[in-house]
Each structure stands twice: as C-alpha cells, then as structure tokens.
Write a protein that binds this ligand. Structure first.
Ligand SMILES: CSCC[C@H](NC=O)C(=O)N[C@@H](C)C(=O)O
Length: 731
C-alpha cells in the first residue's frame, strides 16, 4: 500500500524545528488605566512567553507589551508597543498595585557562586538590590507554582515571599576549622554582616524529606517579609510547626498574611499533580503572631484569591487522598462574617447545559470581576478547555466560550473586567486575545480582539469523537458513562492511501487531553500520521462519576476504552490496520504497555515515557505511594504497611503481568531523576523484554524528571519516537 509518511531524519528534524518555534503564553498583567492628553483611556498589557531554543538547548522566556485603548466596555484600538525582550535570571517578578514599582527576585552567578537578590525598581532606576543569600535569614527563595509567591502589601511598603527555612551549616566532627573551609565570598559577606555563621556537627548526612517530583530540595518553606524602606527581611513567626506554608498573600489592610498550609506529618507526599493533600487556609496575624485556621482542615484546598473589595476569598477544595485530580468545589470565605460557603459543588454527571464541574488546581492570578461578584475559571469541559463565569451569590455557571471555536481557552488574567486569554487548538499555536467581561446579567457574547495572531496549520485536520462503551464494558457502579477522543490527521490524503495511526492514551490517569496546540502530535501529523488521543473513562472534565469509575479498574477499563476507540476508528476504513502504534507517558505508558500485552498482534510499535510497569514494586519508591493503592482500588492512610493481598492485586493489575505475551517492539524513554515513576520501573520492563527477546531500546535522560521536558531530552525523544514509528510500521 502506498505511504505518504515523511521518513528522512533530516526532513523530520527540519519540521520539528519549524513547529517548535511557536511560543506559548505563560503570563499577562494589565497595567493601570492611563488617560491620554486627548482623553482616550488605555492600559499596557505585559505578557511573558516561553519558547524552545534548540541551539541553546533551553526554554527561553521573553516578554512583549501591548497597548489597549478602551472605553471600559470594549477595546477601541490595540497593538504591540515594542519588540520582544528575552528575560534572564528572573525567578519571580511583580509590579506594585499602583504600577509605580516593580519587585524582582533574581538569581545571579557571582564569582562562581549562585546568589539571590531582591530588587526594587522605580521608574527607570533599580532603587534596591538586596543580597538575600548574604543576609542568611533563610535558604533559597521558592519560585515554583506550588508554594511560591511574590506579593506587594496593599500599602506597597512590604513584600511577601516564600523561601526554604534556614539550616545551620553542617560540619563533620572531624573537620578542623581552617580559613580554607569557608569560601572567600562567604567570609567577606560574614565580615560585612558583622557575624560568623553558626555551625552544627553531626548533621551533615541527615535526610531531609522534600515535596517530591519537581519540588526536590523544597522541604520546609517559611513565609518571609521584606520591609522595603529598611531593607530588612524577617521570617514570619506563628505558622504551626507541622505545617508547610505557601500561596500566601496580604490580608485586608495588611494586618497579616493568608496562606495555604499543607500538613507534613507524619511524612511528606509528592505534591505535583496532587491537589488532594490535607491542607487548609490559615491567617497569621503580623502583630501578635497568632495563627488562625480559616477552613475545615479535613479537606485539601488551594489557590486562594482575594476579591478586589477585599471582603472575600475564593478557593478550590477537594477530598484528601482518593483520585489525585478530582472535580473541585469552589468555596468562598467571607472575611468579615468568617463564614464559608460552597459556591459551586462537585458535579457528578455533566449537566444539560454542558457544565461538567470545575477541574483545576490553580485559579489564574487574578480571577475576580471588578464588582467582586463574579469569578472566571478556565478548565476542561470534556475535550475542550472553556472559560467559565461563576456568579458567587447564586453559584450559577455560564460558559463564555462554549459557542466560540472549539479549542482551548486559558485565562491569563482579568483586571477591571478586561480579560486576557491564550487560545490554541490542535492546528493553531497559541494566540493572545483580550475582551471585556459582559455586564452582570447580560447575555452578550464577548467581543474577542486578537493582540497576537498565530499561524494556523492548514495541513492539520482535527475533530472530537464520542464513544459509548459496549454494554459488556459498562461500569456497573457508574453506568452509562461515555468518553471522547481527539483525532488529528493530515488534511490532504492521496487517493488510495491509508494512514498509519498512533494511539495516545494520556497519563494521570485523572487528567485529560484538551484540544490544545500539541507540538509532538502536530509534527507527527505533518509527517503523515493520524493521531488518536483517547480520554478514556476516568479522565477529568466529564463529571466526578467518570473519575471514580476507574480506581480499582486500571488495566482493564482504561485499556478496553482505548482499544474500543481504536477499533471503532479503524472500522471507518481511512486507516491502515497493519500500521497502528501506541505511545504514552506515565499512566499513559501503563496503558500502552497493557495494550501490547493484552492485544499482542495489534500494535506494531510502542513508545513508553517513564511508564508505570509494576504497581507493587513502585509503591515503595514513588513520591506518591497513595496513588498505587488508590488506583488498585484500596483506601490509603499513612500507616498502611505492606500487605501480601494488596501487593498481589497491584501486581495483577500491572502491565508486567502480561509481558510474556508482548511481541511489539518497545522504545522506553526514562528520566534519571524521576521521583514520580522511578526509572527502575522502565528498567524492570526492559529486562523482561530482553529476556523474552522482544526488540527494546532504552533512552536514558540524565538531569530529567518525570516529564522529560528539558529541551534536549524532549527533542531527542521526539526524533527517536518518530524514527521508531517509521521503522517498526515499515514506512
Ligand atoms: C505514581 S505515577 C502516577 C502517574 C502520573 N500521575 C501523576 O503524577 C501520571 O500519569 N502523570 C501524567 C500527568 C504525566 O506525566 O503525563
């Protein structure tokens, strides 16, 4: 049969290079309203983007500003107000509320040593540059999305951030103190600060727990406040010892600080992609150091945001343990009445109007309407990502985008009702749009104005397919659930050509593939492959029942859903059933390895990135052991000790159980530093396949974690995957 797939490595890398140029939006801030001399009102919009630089093997961050003239209801004129500028060394940055100042936490290498500085900029002057490293009040500043923050007080006199708790310098019992033992730079700093650094003996090799995948070396966060005038940093007291604080902001009138506190006793569990950790909202009073718990303490909370009128805090809440990502509750705490209400509850099944619940672990930095009555949330609704508008008084939810072109709408910010969003779809890289929020009660559509257009890929066709599992595969506890898949295919297919198909189950398993711009899928599609991305039952965005239907059924329900979707698509006749491959990462790798074990004749090539291979052997080494038990159908508690019956069940549900049947050549891509699915999982499969003489190739990426997303690992991984497919599908 004729093939139209690109097979030459030079051509493939050229195509990858071309499509990897499209940047993605990571942040937007709306500046204050300025009135021009002619009476027109405008605001500057600051945006940050991220782009792969293949030459430098790194992701580069750059900014671009836009000017938006408006009349508070609609955009009158807009355009860029300059070119792009690369940003280097900035860990965090934030404009002051008035827009007059800017704070930056910067990392800089001085004479071979990494130092952190807190800078204050005013107009065109850097008025302060405080060497946080030399101050030695705390360890490194947290720049992550989990704990990290940099927040101006309402008065613009103080800054709040999170850093690692200071540790005493550990020394050996046998180390004689010599001038060479401390660096010249340290000494100079010590002298300048007028103090010797305190040291401790016998603590050199003490183990410090961390918060797991992507949060390694983050162990004991503390809240820090800079008094700008006096350049004085203090570590806030009053946070309970068993709590790790983060996501902090200033309370109304700057009387104290509100934060999310995660319990870290009896031990820490990984937090990345795991918003189901016991946590609460807290308030610590600045004067007395008293700490008050503002939410129940029996749930998991995140992403609190204060309303513009400083009267209410909105936040997300879900259950502790259970599936890692679930349908969230949107809750509201009234600062003055101290009462909490549930604004939007968990949704079991999608409603008639299409609303399927809130699936998010972070609200956008600003999400309130100007009248402090409404909230904007962008989150998956089935295979789309929509912008939802929530009325806080009634809890009513309407979609601002469900009637707009399908794809993915992500809210970057909303300020004085001007929304800034990123929109993309499988054939269109991210574009930047702005629009005003319709007035309360109005059913007007948003008039989106494009600030930065992107290049549609006319050669890529995509659609969302819906599947109803056959009766024998219905879930008796959660009957009647269906699921979706995204299908990408090349637009122009020559007469008589049947397309090779790459099947991709997502990871999680409680995550989802939305109709977003997906680099590797778009390159594979442009090469001539069709790609089927399956949101099997258990994915988020389809109601809580769908999520709950999967734990205890992994390795069967998810696997059968994917196989059902593939066979249904193949029945259409457009694809070559002899050229079907499967690729997935993490739990998607688990499903992929199950598929080649359970359907040994079906798949001609398999790729697995950091796959879960054996739940029983993984539970002792992953940063989220609870995940293994929950997905195998058990409840988890921190005092769970090994139980042979549970281990047997975990083994029986794992891909390794079916390895003897495997015939498909397997490419494994593993991250040396993966704390989530330790690379030993992949090695376990590699050894079994080698013993069985099944073709297997293992790529080992040092310095990479679970996502294998460093630019060199990702691009090398992509090329190897593409060539593995062309080789083993005999293209
Ligand atoms: C113990 S590993 C669990 C699988 C993992 N889930 C959460 O981290 C997973 O599948 N991750 C997905 C999101 C991925 O890395 O693609």
């Amino acid at each position: 049969m004729e093939s139209q797939v690109m097979t030459n490595p030079e051509d493939i890398s050229k195509l990858y290079r071309e499509l990897s140029l499209f940047p993605s939006l990571t942040r937007a801030d709306v500046g204050p309203v300025i009135t021009s001399q002619y009476g027109g009102k405008y605001s500057n919009i600051y945006t940050e983007w991220s782009q792969r630089d293949l030459e430098r093997s790194e992701n580069v961050k750059f900014c671009r500003q836009y000017i938006v003239f408006h009349d508070d209801k609609s955009v009158v004129y807009s355009g860029p107000s300059g070119n792009c500028t690369e940003i280097k060394g900035e860990l965090l940055s934030k404009d002051s509320p008035s827009g007059d100042m800017k704070a930056v936490v910067r990392e800089s290498n001085i004479k071979g040593e990494d130092k952190q500085f807190l800078e204050i900029w005013s107009k065109n002057i850097k008025v302060k540059s405080i060497n946080l490293t030399a101050l030695k009040k705390h360890g490194k500043v947290y720049e992550d999305d989990q704990f990290g923050c940099l927040v101006w007080s309402h008065s613009e006199t103080h800054l709040l951030y999170v850093a690692e708790r200071k540790r005493l310098k550990a020394q050996s019992f046998f180390q004689s103190v010599s001038p060479e033992s401390c660096s010249l730079a340290d000494e100079e700093e010590g002298v300048k600060m007028g103090k010797e650094e305190e040291t401790t003996k016998g603590e050199q090799f003490v183990f410090y727990e961390d918060w797991g995948e992507t949060l390694v070396s983050k162990s004991s966060p503390v809240l820090c406040v800079l008094d700008i005038e006096g350049s004085n940093v203090s570590v806030l007291e009053g946070v309970p010892d068993n709590i790790s604080p983060g996501q902090a902001f200033w309370a109304p009138s700057d009387t104290g600080v509100v934060f999310v506190g995660w319990w870290h006793e009896p031990f820490r569990l990984g937090l990345k992609y795991s918003p189901n950790r016991r946590s609460s909202l807290f308030y610590v009073d600045l004067t007395g150091g008293q700490c008050e718990q503002l939410s129940s303490g029996s749930s998991a909370v995140c992403s609190p945001k204060l309303s513009p009128d400083q009267c209410r805090i909105i936040y997300l809440e879900c259950a502790v343990y259970g599936p890692h990502q679930q349908c969230s509750r949107l809750c509201m705490y009234d600062w003055y009445t101290k009462r909490t209400s549930v604004v939007v509850d968990v949704v079991k099944r999608p409603r008639e109007d299409g609303f399927a619940g809130i699936y998010s672990s972070s609200l956008s930095p600003l999400c309130w309407s100007a009248d402090s009555q409404r909230i904007l949330v962008s989150c998956p609704q089935g295979s789309r990502k929509d912008l939802l508008l929530v009325e806080t008084t009634t809890g009513s939810v309407t979609s601002l985008t469900s009637k707009s072109p399908g794809g993915s709408w992500s809210l970057l910010t909303i300020e004085r009702d001007l929304m800034v969003v990123s929109w993309s779809s499988p054939n269109c890289p991210p574009s930047l749009r702005v629009g005003f929020l319709p007035l309360c009660g109005s059913s007007e559509e948003v008039d989106w104005v494009m600030l930065e257009e992107s290049q549609t890929q006319p050669d890529i066709d995509w659609q969302i397919l819906n599947f109803t599992p056959p009766p024998e595969q219905d879930n008796s506890q959660y009957p009647g659930l269906d699921f979706d898949a995204l299908l990408l295919k090349p637009k122009d297919v020559k007469e008589g050509v049947k397309l090779p198909l790459i099947v991709t189950p997502h990871g999680g398993p409680h995550s989802v593939i939305v109709a977003d711009w997906l680099l590797s899928s778009s390159v594979l599609c442009r090469m001539g492959f069709a790609i089927l991305l399956v949101n099997y039952r258990g994915s988020i965005g389809y109601g809580q029942d769908s999520i709950l239907s999967l734990p205890g059924n992994v390795g069967t329900q998810d696997v059968k859903d994917v196989q059902f979707a593939v066979e249904s698509v193949l029945r259409g006749g457009a694809f070559d059933e002899q050229k079907v491959a499967v690729a997935g990462g993490s739990h998607g790798g688990f499903v992929a390895c199950h598929l080649i074990g359970q359907y040994p004749e079906f798949y001609k090539a398999c790729v697995a990135r950091n796959p879960v291979i054996n739940l029983a052997s993984m539970i002792g080494s992953t940063d989220i052991p609870d995940w293994c038990m929950v997905e195998a159908g058990y409840n988890y508690s921190t005092d769970c000790l090994p139980d042979p019956a549970v281990w047997e069940q975990m083994l029986n549900m794992s891909p390794i159980k079916h390895v003897r049947q495997v015939k498909t050549p397997v490419l494994l891509t593993l991250g040396e530093d993966d704390k989530r699915v330790p690379p030993k999982q992949g090695i376990e499969y590699y050894r079994a396949l080698k013993a069985l003489q099944v073709p297997v190739r293992l790529l080992w990426y040092p310095g990479n974690n679970h996502s294998l997303s460093k630019v060199d690992a990702e691009s090398d991984g992509f090329m190897n995957i593409a060539l593995w497919m062309t080789q083993h599908l005999s293209l």
